[in-house]
Ligand binder design. Structure first.
Ligand code: CO
Length: 217
């Protein structure tokens, strides 16, 4: 057990230091108010309608990277994409967070499509390619190192490192598509004839364009 002095979240003022809030932080709230006003100007019932519930058609598994926000790059309005994000857009069979989101998407929301969306220049994939030690995250990146092992021959044949990196991003998406299909949630839905389609996409940060890998199942 940790000593009280080191971990005592309920202890009040003694351990709470006054923080200075920077303008970059305040800006987010200002932007939010501007956004709300804009939406309401276009449609005064916009928020009351959204508050009634969601019926998204897509469940999207994406990377946590700050540059690849799925709704921004697809122009999807709130209510269209149900989203799960983690480092390097992995669908890991032992990840309860991912599995819960998938089950909810498939069995409750009854989405028509599940999309694994990777992106070139992915820091997680790059880290998995390197031989460095990062600590805890290395366990997570082992999932990508498994992809490297599975496709060692193809990857080793690519001499240009940047091209090899790009191909690994694609192969990682393809393997995650297979992982999604292999989950108990999807296997049950397939047996019941209610399974959504599963797709693999790659987003190119450099061009801003989204590419369908055409591995839909
Ligand atoms: Co990434």
């Amino acid at each position: 057990m940790l000593p009280q002095a080191q971990y005592n979240p309920g202890s009040g003022k003694k351990y709470r230091k006054a923080v200075t809030i920077p303008s970059s932080y305040k800006k987010l709230f200002e932007n939010n108010r501007t956004w709300v006003e804009g939406k309401k100007r276009g449609d005064k019932d916009y928020f009351s309608r959204l508050s009634k519930g969601q019926k998204p058609e897509f469940f999207l598994i994406g990377c946590s990277d700050s540059r690849v926000s799925p709704d921004l790059i697809t122009g999807a309005d709130p209510g269209v994409l149900f989203i799960h994000r983690n480092i390097a857009n992995l669908a890991v069979h032992t990840d309860l967070n991912f599995l819960s989101a998938l089950q909810y998407a498939v069995e409750v929301l009854r989405v028509k499509h599940v999309v694994v969306k990777g992106h070139y220049y992915c820091g997680g994939v790059r880290a998995a390619m390197a031989d460095d030690y990062y600590g805890l995250i290395d366990n997570w990146l082992m999932n990508i190192r498994d992809v490297i092992r599975l496709h060692e021959e193809e990857l080793n044949a690519i001499t240009d490192e940047e091209q090899r990196f790009r191909r690994l991003v694609e192969l990682n998406v393809i393997e995650q598509v297979k992982n999604v299909r292999g989950t108990s949630v999807m296997q049950k839905a397939i047996r019941n004839g209610t399974a959504p389609q599963v797709h693999g996409w790659v987003y190119d940060l450099h061009e801003g364009l989204l590419k369908d890998l055409e591995v839909s199942q």
